[in-house]
Design a protein around this ligand. Sequence first.
Ligand SMILES: [Mg+2]
Length: 239
Amino acid sequence: MGAGVYPDPMRRKLVLFDIDGTLVTDGGASRDAFADGLATVYGYDGDIGRYDFSGKTDPQITHMVMGDHGLGAAEIDKRLTELWSHYLRGLERNATASRVRVLPGIARLLERLAADPSIMLGLLTGNIEPGARLKLGPHSLNRYFPFGAFGSDSPRREELPPIAVERAMKIDGHRFHGEEVVIIGDSIYDVRCGVPHAATTIAIASGKTSAERLRAENPTYFFASAEETEGILEALGVS
Ligand SMILES: [Mg+2]
């Protein structure tokens, strides 16, 4: 039996990708859909352009923006379902193949990871799940991610890793622990959500957060771009 024919249990990793700024950039598709939804559902007339949404979950973004606008938490929550339905309709229109762009190096990285039997791929994102699927659909990236943990599972990102671990176990019976869980993202919150779970964190400075700020979070690994394919694969124990 040649090496790598069967997955080596010691090398198994659950690799969880963030979406915005990590896999894709949506060219403002979700920001526009969010603004439309907030205006329709809450009568919001402010400028959401001044906010940095990096690493925040969709419910957190809504609370941040509408809280600043003077709305109480209970009032915000009461209309969240209605907001999501407006938001998703807008995103469906906006998230086109020309507007959404796959970030450099990602296509090749995903190909390599999907081909390795020791790697299980999933999503860990603040997007509500249907929004995540709409952003990944235009460039057929959903096929790499049969499951994940989403902003629709919890508004708190640090609660998402155990949800992903639980779903992974239901799919293939293996419970991933500690550093076997790898969280890849472009924001300080991607790194921080891994810390309480002793997960491996890989920060990639392909989003809005500067390399300097990401490095200051002490991720397990740091890369300037997903184009550093070989370095990332080596960090994941993939040859
Ligand atoms: Mg991100």
